[in-house]
Design a protein around this ligand. Structure first.
Ligand code: SAM
Length: 276
């Protein structure tokens, strides 16, 4: 009979969030597949767990996945853990689950921390319907496609972001979505946990003064009926700029946003606005 794959969520900063069931599962399985064994060994040592580990991460997931499936078929029980939080959420896990399902291997979740859930429930924004957008790509074109896709999204949107990319992401969000309410959930469950509830524009200004530090989740308000109704293809360049100004952007910001959306140079938009 096949073994079971356990997807074990681990703390995102506060060891007090480790669940008894997670400790029990990590202690009883035959093998722990860890994103980074050097990171996970600290957790195992803290909780006195001496189960064998193997690495399972983005760049070995296919090759190592095959090996893990063969062990599961032999009847071994395996736990997957990432560096922090829930496996399969912007972390390795998804492909292994798919392979287990194809091979009739039981998959069990051992729930616990996930940064996106802590962020959305503390954001003060609508939690009735939300969508998780993961990380924006580093690639310019991919980022633009992603942002264009969600411009009219009505549900609350959740993004993960690294501190060194946060300012660029806020600029891109402002240019594509306009000014919206945003909650920046920082260092969740840690000593310097902070939930900054503001607008995208104010967040940009704030980080001009103090550069971002720590881990962040961004929670952004979905499009309102009014924002969604704007179809820029029917607008002249001037009207397009004005529509952003009506949402509270300065003229220069509106010009930049229009240039980005239409794939024009800023001075072309500027000239169109100033020509009358
Ligand atoms: N699997 C994890 C989960 O369940 O949340 C996410 C892993 S992803 C590689 C790492 C990203 O999650 C970080 O860049 C940050 O956006 C977010 N994150 C993780 N821990 C966090 C924390 N304590 N506070 C805020 N954001 C966090």
């Amino acid at each position: 009979m096949s073994g079971t794959l356990y997807l074990c969520a681990t703390p995102i900063g506060n060891l007090g969030d480790m669940t008894p069931r997670c400790i029990e599962t990590l202690s009883m399985v035959d093998l722990i597949a860890a994103e980074d064994t050097r990171q996970t060994v600290k957790l195992l040592n803290h909780f006195g767990i001496d189960t064998k580990m193997t690495s399972y991460y983005e760049h070995n997931k296919y090759e190592k996945g095959g090996y893990l499936i063969s062990l599961l078929k032999e009847g071994k029980n395996i736990a997957v853990v990432s560096d922090a939080g829930t496996p399969g959420i912007s972390d390795p896990g998804e492909e292994l689950v798919e392979e287990c399902i194809k091979n009739d291997i039981t998959v069990v979740s051992i729930p616990g921390p996930a940064a996106l859930i802590s962020a959305v429930i503390t954001s003060g924004l609508c939690t009735g319907r939300f969508c998780f957008e993961g990380f924006l790509s580093m690639n310019r074109r991919q980022r633009k496609i992603h942002l264009e896709e969600i411009k009219n999204e009505k549900r609350t949107m959740i993004f993960y972001e690294a501190p060194h990319k946060l300012c660029r992401t806020l600029d891109d969000l402002y240019e594509t979505l306009g000014d919206r309410r945003i909650a920046l959930a920082r260092e969740l469950t840690k000593k310097f946990e902070q939930i900054i509830r503001t607008t995208i524009k104010e967040a940009i200004a704030m980080y001009e003064e103090t550069p971002p530090k720590g881990e962040y989740v961004l929670v952004i308000e979905g499009a309102t009926e009014q924002q969604e109704a704007v179809d820029y293809s029917d607008l002249s360049i001037e009207e397009h700029v004005k529509s952003f100004q009506d949402e509270g952007m300065s003229e220069m910001d509106a010009i930049k946003a229009v240039a980005k959306q239409r794939g024009l140079r800023k001075n072309e938009v500027y000239a169109a606005v100033k020509k009358k």
